[in-house]
Design a protein around this ligand. Structure first.
Ligand code: AMP
Ligand code: ZN
Length: 473
């Protein structure tokens, strides 16, 4: 079996993911549910999904945890502005996130821990760090991590601790900051009534709440153990978030926290990072409202190697759509072929395509090379069609190959699209969920049947109900 080679941000080298009997432990930083995720966020989530699918395709087992950040500066601000509880505020965005995951054909993780469920674990780690003098209580009552106590701080983002020490006279109490402000960072924020309103937890170091970085450490250590095989995020997570995760986790466990750090480059709009703060973003639902499907968005996001920046345009999305349409026509041709063909030549082409595709994805997810093997195959098959060498049996073999590689790609148009849900179905879905919440089983049943008549299905999952289009043969 081919081993996956993956670029490690820390060592700046491609490294082999060692094959083990046990699953590969994968932790990916999840969404901050203070708003809808934009497609920049989804570039990172799709990259992580591509990585996971490649591991599975190559025969690895995977245990995947993605956290839900329902507790940070932004969610607290949002809840307090609306004068509602943190849970009431974050719930709709969490629900939307899971709907978008399904639309983007992202495989579900094994666990989605919520930061608010890990306060006990977080407090225990902070207590230990205080005991070991890796942390101290500042004069504002908050608990800070002491950079000086962790000599290899900066090794992920390749910053020199000495330079940081010179620049860092103060401490940072906010969750997000840049390299210029590198300094002792907050583990536990003491309560501030004006800022936090009714949102706080009791702890041995007083009322307050955890810093964002500490949350990921606590969830990763608890659910995956002291050493994780692969930890992912977007490049903006490298500093300070992941650098801080290393410092806290390793000070706590005294063991290496992560073997390979993998980060995806940004999705840009006119050469600027797509972000909420710049207002230059599209959410998945903005694009589905314009009539684009999840498959098209996924293809666009995956087309460029994950370590290269990708500039988003609607024209690019149209090109992705056109490309998928050509693939759809090709698949239809394969599906409807009835005559006898000649097997010899196509067998060779398929073996070559499979070898090439596998080698390409195993080499740090080299998508351009992987796709070139697919497109070469399509070209050759079309030539063989013209020579009347492709018949029913050959077409079935080609379709099987496409299904195999779609385990990795996840965007080939092998079934009907599930997106672009008609408004009446969406409304019936909402009414059905409401009826269920009110334990009105009769109405819930009525709306479920109505949804089915329109060609859709409702599936109840641990994350809530999801709407799916019934597969057509
Ligand atoms: P957040 O919800 O802000 O914590 O971000 C969730 C994930 O999306 C993180 O892994 C970020 O690194 C990533 N991310 C944010 N903006 C972009 C972007 N423009 N391109 C790619 N990834 C991004
Ligand atoms: Zn994280």
């Amino acid at each position: 079996m081919a081993l996956l080679k993956l670029y490690n941000t820390e060592t700046k080298k491609k490294e082999e993911v060692q094959q083990k009997k046990n699953p590969i432990l994968l932790y990916t930083c999840g969404p901050t549910v203070y708003d809808f995720a934009h497609i920049g966020n989804f570039r990172t989530y799709v990259f992580e999904d591509f990585l996971k699918r490649t591991l599975l395709f190559l025969g690895y087992k995977v245990r995947h945890v993605m956290n839900i950040t329902d507790l940070d500066d932004k969610t607290i601000r949002g809840a307090n502005q609306k004068k509602i509880s943190l849970q009431e505020y974050t719930e709709p965005f969490t629900k939307a996130f899971f709907e978008d995951l399904s639309l983007m054909r992202i495989l579900l993780a094994d666990a989605y821990p919520y930061a608010t469920d890990y306060i006990g674990e977080i407090i225990a780690i902070i207590q230990d760090l205080l005991k070991k003098a890796n942390a101290y209580i500042g004069n504002d009552g908050s608990v800070y991590f002491s950079l000086r106590s962790f000599p290899t701080y900066g090794r992920l983002s390749h910053l020199k601790l000495q330079e940081l020490k010179e620049g860092a006279s103060q401490r940072v109490c906010v969750d997000e900051y840049d390299k210029e402000s590198a300094s002792d960072f907050v583990l536990w924020k003491s309560y501030d009534e004006k800022r936090d309103g009714p949102i706080y937890w009791e702890s041995p170091f007083g009322k307050g709440r955890p810093g964002w970085h500490m949350e990921c450490s606590a969830m990763a250590l608890k659910l995956l153990g002291n050493t994780i095989d692969i930890h992912c995020g977007g490049v903006d997570n490298i500093f300070p978030h992941h650098e801080n995760e290393i410092a806290q986790s390793e000070s706590y466990t005294r063991e290496p926290f992560v073997r390979i750090w993998a980060h995806s480059a940004h999705l840009l709009v006119e050469q600027k990072k797509m972000s909420k703060s710049l207002g230059n973003f599209y959410t998945v639902r903005d694009l589905t409202k314009k009539g684009y499907g999840g498959r098209e968005i996924r293809f666009l996001l995956m087309q460029v190697h994950y370590r290269m920046q990708l500039n988003f345009t609607l024209l690019g999305l149209d090109a992705a759509r056109a490309s998928l349409q050509r693939m759809k026509d090709f698949i239809l041709r394969l599906r409807t072929e009835k005559k006898e063909g000649v097997f010899g030549k196509i067998k060779e082409c398929l073996q070559e395509a499979e070898r090439g595709f596998t080698t390409a994805v195993a080499d740090d997810l080299n998508i351009s090379s992987a796709l070139s093997f697919l497109f070469d195959l399509i070209r050759e098959v079309n030539t063989l069609f013209d020579q009347e060498q492709i018949g029913k049996k050959e077409s079935q073999e080609i379709l099987k190959f496409l299904e195999r590689i779609d385990q990795v790609l996840g965007f080939l148009p092998l079934q009907e699209e599930v997106e672009a849900v008609p408004e009446e179905v969406q409304k019936a879905f909402e009414k059905r969920n409401q009826a269920r919440a009110e334990k009105n089983w009769k109405d819930a049943d009525f709306f479920r049947k109505l949804i089915q008549e329109k060609g859709y299905l409702v599936e109840d999952t641990p994350q809530g109900a999801v709407l799916k289009k019934r597969e057509v043969e």
